[in-house]
Design a protein around this ligand. Structure first.
Ligand code: PHE
Length: 494
């Protein structure tokens, strides 16, 4: 008679208690892990005690949007209930009520003939309450047998996700019954422990053989953090464009972070409200030579440029800050490498005294690029930005006048995402005062943008904090697909 282990015996009993046939996932057995059960099943098959059949089943999970609807209600249901209560509701009210999802709600209700007339919806009862409730219920049970609902939600992108899982169905053979009754509960050693050895009990027992072919649980290999992934993509874009990477430091003096960029010492951005000052007496970042020049240019200017006309303070310039932008990297780099041409970039962290919410972080990455060359002009700026942004996937950009203390002209970059315009960074040509301070002999174009903002667009997030969520499953669910995202995300980007 075939010999079976303790675990195999337990699995046979469990299958028997399921009427002789069970899905592997149904077998929960005290004292046995999923892996031990899986291994026992494989053995039992090899020993000819059970039949194993593989069956594919679909498993449904909610996407982030789906989870939100589960919590807050499906847009169409929310709107329908509201309409039922108010009888009449204007489009403006609807937009206010559900700014993120009113489009979806209206589109879904329209399918039942509830459409706006003269700017408002009027309640009628086409008997859809039950259907809408059923949809809502489906979000909580995700019943894989509910073909109608699955079909419905499959056609609404981004609410449910479908995965195929292969499961084993196990069936007892006649031989199993014999094996169960013949099993000597004390007979075979499946798990060796110290007491079996010290008591000498092992001497008159048999050992179960190792199964080197038993299926092991699948483990996920390491994957890159979504931010790391994006940083590497962007680094590659810059490198392919022939740019050199520069890097700076978190702590800077205001001299470099601001003064060198001709930001006056009374500029509002220097306010404690916006900037983290570092309290660290004795730690000095300074440069006498440049501070003399900075003083002169801030106070009286040069060659017809009038300066700011205030008294520049050396003491103020020595205050330390957590760098507020990576344009300070550009300033330092070009000061040290003042031979044109140079094309440089960095993707590094900056710090601002912001209260953290769905759209803001106090610590975030900036992408910075700059070109120093006698060929630089407004038109080169335009084509370099077009080239860069189109490599990110934004085929259309618009430049609109803006203001930064260190550039003239200053231009903000607007990109189009599904017909909507989103501001995605600043740019400009360094002012003559900045060139003079840094000792540069040719024009400089520079641009900068927040990386998390871009990540939200690429990953379809509505809350920037999600990027720093530490839940592994959540992080590994990120997919980077520029083309798809730029097409699909109208409702998501804010
Ligand atoms: N430093 C600017 C910011 O922090 C962006 C910028 C970079 C603007 C370079 C002009 C030139 O938003």
């Amino acid at each position: 008679m075939v010999q079976i282990s303790d675990a195999e015996y337990k699995v046979l009993l469990a299958i028997q208690s399921h009427g002789g046939e069970a899905r592997e996932s149904e077998l929960s057995i005290t004292g046995l892990s999923e892996r031990e059960i899986a291994s026992a099943i494989s053995w039992l098959e090899v020993k000819g005690l059970i039949d194993v059949e593989k069956k594919e089943t679909k498993i449904y999970t909610l996407s982030e949007e789906g989870r939100r609807y589960l919590k807050e209600g499906l847009p169409e249901l929310v709107l329908y209930r509201k309409l039922e209560e108010m009888k009449e509701i204007t489009l403006d009210e609807i937009r206010n009520l559900m700014p993120e999802s009113y489009r979806i709600a209206l589109a879904q209700l329209a399918k039942f003939g509830i459409t706006p007339k003269n700017g408002k919806l009027t309640f009628k009862d086409p008997g859809i309450s039950e259907i809408l409730e059923a949809r809502q219920r489906f979000l909580s049970n995700l019943d894989p047998d509910d073909k109608e609902m699955i079909d419905h939600f499959r056609h609404r992108s981004g609410i449910i996700e479908e995965k195929t899982k292969t499961e084993r169905i196990v069936k007892l053979r006649d031989t199993a019954v014999e094996a169960i009754s013949g099993f000597d509960q004390e007979g075979t050693i499946g798990t060796l422990d110290p007491s079996i050895i010290s008591s000498g009990n092992w001497r008159n027992k048999k050992f179960r053989k190792y199964d080197l072919n038993s299926p092991a649980k699948q483990i996920k290999g390491a994957i890159k953090h979504p931010m790391t992934y994006l940083i590497e993509e962007i680094r590659q874009i810059f490198l392919n464009m022939g740019f050199t990477e520069m890097s700076g430091q978190y702590i800077e003096s205001t001299l470099w972070d601001m003064d060198a960029l001709f930001i006056p010492q009374d500029h509002p951005a220097r306010d404690m409200q916006d900037t983290f000052y570092v309290d660290s007496p004795g730690f000095v970042i300074d440069n006498d030579q440049i501070s003399k020049k900075i003083k002169r240019i801030h106070e009286t200017g040069f060659d017809g440029y009038t300066g700011w006309g205030y008294r520049w303070s050396a003491e103020e310039s020595r205050r330390l800050v957590l760098r507020t932008h990576t344009t300070v990297n550009t300033a330092r780099y070009l000061y040290q490498n003042n031979e044109p041409p140079q094309a440089i970039f960095s993707i590094e962290k900056v710090f601002r005294h912001e209260s953290v919410d769905w759209k803001h972080l106090a610590e975030f990455y900036q992408i910075e690029g700059a070109v120093y060359s006698k060929e630089v002009s407004v038109s080169t700026l335009k084509w370099i930005l077009r080239d860069f942004y189109s490599k990110l996937g934004f085929k259309e950009i618009k430049l609109v006048p803006s203001y930064y203390p260190y550039t003239e002209p200053s231009l903000d970059v607007i990109v189009k995402i599904n017909g909507r315009e989103v501001e995605l960074g600043g740019s400009g040509l360094f002012r003559p005062e900045v060139l003079k301070i840094l000792g540069l002999r040719a024009p400089v174009m520079a641009w900068g943008m927040g990386l998390e903002r871009l990540a939200m667009i690429f990953y379809g997030l509505t809350d920037v904090r999600d990027l720093y969520n530490t839940d592994f499953d959540f992080l590994s669910s990120f997919r980077f697909d520029t083309d798809k995202i730029l097409k699909d995300n109208t409702a998501k980007t804010g």
